[in-house]
Design a protein around this ligand. Structure first.
Ligand SMILES: Nc1ncnc2c1ncn2[C@@H]1O[C@H](COP(=O)(O)OP(=O)(O)O)[C@@H](O)[C@H]1O
Ligand SMILES: [Mg+2]
Length: 502
């Protein structure tokens, strides 16, 4: 079969970085072609070139054997290329049908809606993409918005569809639905370019895989010849372990106790609803849930950033209800927040300054109110070394590090604080596989050292791999708590969506 798309020798330079370095990509019709790579590997750049958003410095693009120059997204769409962006591009206050009509032309830019609705219904029937054409986008759940976005591309007769990290925002059952749709599209001979860094998804859905590393193709393979480990090695350039070894161990005394906690969210509604749980010494308690089900408010209430309406929080037996963050830290809780650049580190501060941000007023980092430069430098040098933070110098502004390295700075600081309880939110989101391996190892080390860890994560694999028990949060309430030994991704995914345990 002839490829529908060939990109050959594509090079794209940005100041200081070669984002794509002589990349070849060949996509066959009726196949899911996965583009795999760590953050910054060059995936989005390659796709933006295909979609006419960037022009390559070198290289050529062939569609159905014909050399083409794609000069704009409009041009790309005309040539049958559709793009489902990581961030949706639909207008929230328009309906699904109106969004599809947008830009189709007609008088005053607005097309006649009747035939559009009719054809939309056909397309949605054909591919099992169910979404109400008259619903306004803002009313739709994330999965439905994504279906609307796919519908819009198919309505424009896309033959080649690019999906840039489409599963990042979906729950496991929604991922299953999306994959069913992708299968229907390939059965209809569409070509799909699928971007993800979730290796089990890549193994499940791909027909062909091209791996990028530092802008270059580091491998081309198919799932039958691959394992998750071999794919990770192609991505990272070294062997990485994906297994997490969580040895059985007895749990000790209660270190973090939350009882009947109720917290109001920003919109004045109940965000955490009468929630109770206990994390014990030597235990990782995972909190799973779809984003926006009270996780953020829970963490903020525990850390003293948000007042609770009722209930109690105890750290090592001491009440922390309505304590300030400083008092919470003194009681022995360290916190790795979800928004690491906003709440975890100060971008303009140096790496060294961020590493001592919490401890600097204490000995030996200060004496009689005076900062001890020498002590601060040796402490931060030690942490950079132990946590393998990639930074040019200790005095580099933290904001210029990659996301994974900023996360390592925050984790190094918090994990070296001697706290008894760690509350860790989304610790590996946006973090490379190698850094994730390291961060997980550190979490397990704290567990082995008898610390209690509250692990709040939307990454179900992460929660299931590390936690002793998993509490599923829905609408601020506990849907249930399961022992890891008995839990599966499917079951927890369903609980996250509101089905009771079976
Ligand atoms: N518009 C841009 N200007 C400068 N550098 C960019 C731009 N877009 C991407 N880059 C850089 O190019 C490299 C590849 O980025 P990207 O294609 O977004 O990677 P991926 O999608 O695989 O995470 C990164 O080093 C990134 O910082
Ligand atoms: Mg990208």
């Amino acid at each position: 079969m002839a490829p529908m798309l060939e990109m050959t020798g594509i090079t794209k330079r940005f100041p200081g970085v070669v984002a794509n370095d002589n990349v070849d990509l060949s996509v066959l019709p009726g196949r899911v072609h996965t583009l795999l790579g760590e953050n910054g590997a060059g995936k989005s750049t390659l796709m933006k070139i295909l979609y006419g958003l960037y022009q390559p410095d070198e290289g050529e693009i062939f569609l159905n054997g014909e050399a083409v120059e794609i000069t704009s997204p409009h041009d790309a769409i005309e040539r049958g290329i559709g793009m489902i962006h990581q961030h949706f591009m639909l207008v929230p206050t328009l309906t699904v049908a109106e969004n599809v009509a947008l830009g189709l032309g007609g008088r005053r830019g607005l097309a006649d809606m009747r035939p559009i609705r009719r054809r939309l219904a056909e397309v949605s029937e054909q591919y099992g993409l169910h979404v109400d054409p008259d619903a306004q986008i803002w009313q739709l759940a994330v999965g439905e918005r994504q279906r609307a976005e796919i519908l819009k591309a198919l309505y424009r007769d896309a033959q080649l569809l690019v999906l840039d990290e489409p599963t990042a925002v979906l729950t496991p059952p929604e991922v299953d639905e999306l994959f069913a749709t992708l299968r229907q599209l390939t059965a209809d001979d569409k070509g799909l370019i699928f971007i993800s860094h979730k290796l089990h998804e890549v193994m499940e859905i791909s027909d062909d895989i091209t791996v990028l590393r530092d802008g270059k193709v580091s491998g081309r393979t198919v799932p039958a010849d691959s394992t998750r480990e071999s794919l990770a090695e192609l991505m990272v350039g070294r062997l990485v372990s994906l297994q997490r070894d969580v040895p059985a161990q007895a749990h000790g005394e209660a270190r973090l106790e939350v009882s009947n906690l109720t917290v109001t969210g920003d919109r004045g509604t109940v965000a955490v609803d009468d929630l109770s749980f206990t994390a014990r010494a030597g235990e990782i308690l995972g909190v799973a849930g779809v984003s926006g089900n009270g996780q953020r408010e829970l963490a903020e209430a525990i850390f003293g950033l948000r007042d609770a309406d009722s209930g109690e929080v105890r750290i090592d037996g001491h009440s922390a209800r309505d304590a300030s963050p400083r008092e919470v830290r003194q009681l022995g809780l360290a916190y790795v927040p979800e928004e690491r650049m906003r709440d975890g580190a100060i971008g303009d501060f140096t790496v060294a300054e961020n590493l001592v941000l919490v401890d600097f007023p204490t000995e030996p980092l200060s004496r009689r109110g005076l900062l001890q430069r020498q002590a601060i430098e040796s402490r931060s040098a030690d942490l950079v070394d132990r946590y393998s933070v990639k930074t040019p110098t200790l005095d580099t502004p933290t904001r210029s590090l990659s996301g994974g390295n900023i996360q390592k700075v925050v984790i190094a600081r918090e994990f070296s604080s001697g706290a008894d309880v760690f509350m860790v939110a989304q610790p590996t989101r946006g973090v490379d596989i190698g850094a994730a391996e390291y961060i997980h190892a550190q979490l397990l080390q704290q567990r082995a050292d008898g610390k209690a860890i509250l692990l709040i994560s939307e990454d179900l694999d992460e929660v299931l791999q590390l936690s002793d028990r998993v509490l599923v949060l829905l609408d601020g309430k506990e849907m249930g708590t399961v022992d890891r030994a008995h839990a599966t991704v499917q079951e927890i995914g369903l609980m996250m969506m509101g089905s009771a345990r079976t």
